[in-house]
Design a protein around this ligand. Structure first.
Ligand SMILES: NC(=O)c1ccc[n+]([C@@H]2O[C@H](COP(=O)([O-])OP(=O)(O)OC[C@H]3O[C@@H](n4cnc5c(N)ncnc54)[C@H](O)[C@@H]3O)[C@@H](O)[C@H]2O)c1
Length: 221
């Protein structure tokens, strides 16, 4: 008995865009729609992290983090909704928020507040876009060291110094703080995006999925 086997090849089209630039975002969506015939999944992932105590946090620190994460994801979602509504086929918008959206960690007022802003966008947009079949969900990772530009760009060295561990052991150190004693890796975050968007959770919207190996202080209530 023979079977027809279809082989799918991954195709990616790189487009450079600053998520604080609304016109640039519109151009990026246009390029994606031309390349793929439409847009059905958008992940708000752009971000950066500056951790400082309240009095050391400058207006520039606050503005940059809120521009990229709070405003940036708002602008991207706005354009995503416009395109998805025009297609009238529904779609998925995923926010890579953070454990810090719910956990009040030390010296983190600007980053944590920007992440909490993103987390509430998930709920607000899930409510607003549901009638168009557009699901909006979020993911709350904790301490993904491997492959992270945030950690590689000095944040990891700073955190390692704070905790008194070698920087290359930081992932293992974070793992020991979790309930499952496992290190969170980029593929765990990607797997959560897949779980939310591949079809099995097609009735789920407005949800945040922790991807943190279990952090009791960040349990959702
Ligand atoms: N690594 C972690 O421990 C962790 C934990 C929780 C949440 N997150 C979130 O995950 C996301 C990805 O972080 P990461 O750790 O992979 O860091 P990363 O630095 O590897 O990725 C962030 C990306 O955002 C891009 N970016 C920054 N400003 C931008 C802008 N104005 N326009 C477009 N792109 C911009 C950067 O160029 C970079 O490619 C971020 O939103 C971060 O807050 C990370």
């Amino acid at each position: 008995m023979s079977r027809n086997i279809t082989t799918y090849t991954d195709v990616a089209v790189p487009v450079t865009v600053d998520v604080t630039d609304a016109a640039g975002i519109a151009d990026a969506f246009r390029e994606a729609a031309l390349a793929f015939g439409g847009v059905d999944l958008v992940v708000n992932n752009a971000g950066l992290s500056i951790s400082k105590p309240l009095e050391a946090t400058t207006e520039a620190d606050w503005d940059l983090q809120h521009d990229v994460m709070a405003k940036g994801s708002f602008l991207v979602s706005q354009q995503a909704a416009k395109v998805m509504r025009a297609q009238a086929m529904g779609g998925d918008i995923i926010y890579i928020s953070s454990k810090n959206a719910v956990f009040a960690g030390p010296n983190n007022v600007a980053y944590g507040a920007a992440k909490a802003d993103q987390a509430h966008q998930v709920r607000l947009l899930a409510a607003e876009l549901g009638e168009d079949g557009i699901r909006v969900n979020g993911i709350n990772p904790d301490g993904v060291v491997r492959g992270s530009g945030i950690f590689a760009g000095g944040w990891g060295a700073q955190r390692a110094a704070v905790y008194g561990v070698p920087e290359e052991k930081l992932g293992e150190f974070y793992a020991q703080r979790t309930l499952l004693k496992r290190e969170v890796l980029p593929e765990h975050v990607a797997a959560a995006v897949f779980a939310l968007t591949a079809g099995d959770l097609s009735l789920t919207t407005g949800l945040h999925v922790p991807v943190d190996a279990g952090v009791a202080a960040a349990f959702l209530r």
